[in-house]
Design a protein around this ligand. Structure first.
Ligand code: ISJ
Length: 398
């Protein structure tokens, strides 16, 4: 990997903003102290999360002082949520208490192809046979789409999670990049391109992200019928779930190509205003899991996954992020002949992402999770290649 230090224009603009989101108790740190504090918490075996939102320079970490497992019961809690794929399992919360942050102007990384060994022939055959079962089930039943995945375990030469995470931050500036740890649950890291739900005051945003091609130098590419249909299923399902909740003010964008690292996807942006009567918990139970990570009809797809995938997804294809973050935005307004005045307005927001392009780190092994959507027109070998391409997102930083 080749590093070139630079301070982006974006970073420079960030510094000149006339408002900021920090409260007095937030601690802004140098990069070295920031990562030392995280390393210390990890070696003390205490829970923490560190993350950076898409296209931001600010990296934030929250620490928990004990090793208690805090469970989320109805999404009215405030903290960093880490939710599994299965809705009947518990989501975990790291409270917004002890926080540090750092602005990182990271080296530009020219990501190289990985030198890690290819996935084995046995896992290729296993995945292709799983996909074929999915295609057959779609042809012979009411199942329309199912997302099938696999776990690839890789030995690490340099198993330092902090270094791996720093490489993720440098390689994927437009992804949500995180490192999450709980001594009783595990150590996870990832760089996801997919928003599940963001809510700021009354406005919410979500997206339908599906279909995949390898990026080969241009985003101006053609998509086949199969990909368009696969993504359309996701848009249609999300829109009808939101309408079912009584949300009528929906704005749905045109479908467009979206780049995520070495991959391209089809994306539709969906946003609207949240009626007062609808809770975050209702929104989440309608949205998660979308057919981008599970399938349609939902129960049939989930049963198929549980019966045939043959491993436990745990937190892969779950979701994670800020849940009910309360902040005071400080705005400054300077008027001629009047002293600069500060205004503090309270704000509550949630920013939740789908846990994709992620891995679980266990000692000197990384377990990488990758999957793809299957429809009646899928072919087993192409789906295998898609998972190989997706695995590169994590393999490139190992
Ligand atoms: C399931 C994954 O990705 C999801 C499935 C996609 C697809 O089927 O093409 C594309 C983007 C994601 O919504 C994954 O990356 O593991």
């Amino acid at each position: 990997m080749e590093y070139k230090y630079h301070r982006s224009e974006r970073a420079a603009r960030f510094c000149h903003k006339t408002y900021h989101h920090r409260t007095p108790e937030d601690k802004m740190m140098t990069e070295q102290l920031f990562f030392e504090r995280i390393r210390k918490h990890l070696s003390d075996a205490l829970p923490f999360v560190v993350y950076r939102k898409p296209d931001e320079e600010r990296v934030v970490a929250y620490f928990q002082a004990d090793d208690k497992i805090n469970l989320v019961s109805n999404s009215t809690e405030s903290g960093f949520i880490f939710a599994p794929f299965l809705q009947n399992r518990n989501a975990i919360l790291i409270p917004f208490a002890d926080k540090i942050e750092c602005e990182l102007y990271l080296p530009e990384v020219t990501a190289s192809e990985t030198s890690h060994p290819r996935a084995s022939l046995a896992s290729k055959e296993h995945h292709e046979s799983l996909v074929q079962k999915g295609i057959d089930a779609i042809k012979n039943s009411a199942l329309e789409k199912v997302v099938l995945s696999r776990k690839q375990s890789v030995g690490l030469n340099d198993p330092d999670p902090i270094e791996i995470y720093r490489k993720l931050l440098a390689s994927y500036p437009s992804a949500f990049c995180y490192l999450w740890f709980h001594p009783k649950i595990g150590l996870w890291t990832g760089a996801t391109p997919e928003v599940l739900l963001t809510v700021e005051r009354k406005r919410f945003k979500t997206m339908a992200l599906a279909a995949t091609q390898k990026f080969q130098g241009s985003v101006d590419i053609d998509w086949g019928e199969k990909e368009l249909e696969e993504q359309q299923i996701v848009t249609r399902t999300i829109v009808s779930a939101l309408k079912k909740l009584g949300i009528s003010s929906l704005e749905v964008s045109e479908v467009h190509t979206h780049q995520a690292g070495n991959l391209l996807h089809l994306k539709t942006d969906i946003q609207g205003l949240l009626p007062v009567a609808i809770t975050l918990s209702q929104m989440l139970s309608e949205l998660h899991p979308t057919p981008a990570v599970c399938g349609l009809p939902l129960a049939m797809a989930q049963d198929f996954i549980l019966e045939h995938e043959g491993y436990d997804r745990e937190f892969y294809t779950g979701y994670l992020g800020e849940l009910n973050l309360k902040e005071h935005i400080q705005r400054y307004r300077s008027k001629r002949n009047v002293e600069q005045r500060a205004y503090r307005t309270p704000k509550q927001s949630s920013s939740l992402y789908v846990n994709l392009r992620c891995m679980k780190l266990e000692g000197d092994t990384a377990h990488i999770f990758v999957g793809g959507g299957i429809t009646k027109d899928s072919t087993a070998t192409d789906e295998w290649i898609e998972t190989v391409n997706k695995s590169q997102t994590m393999l490139k930083v190992l």
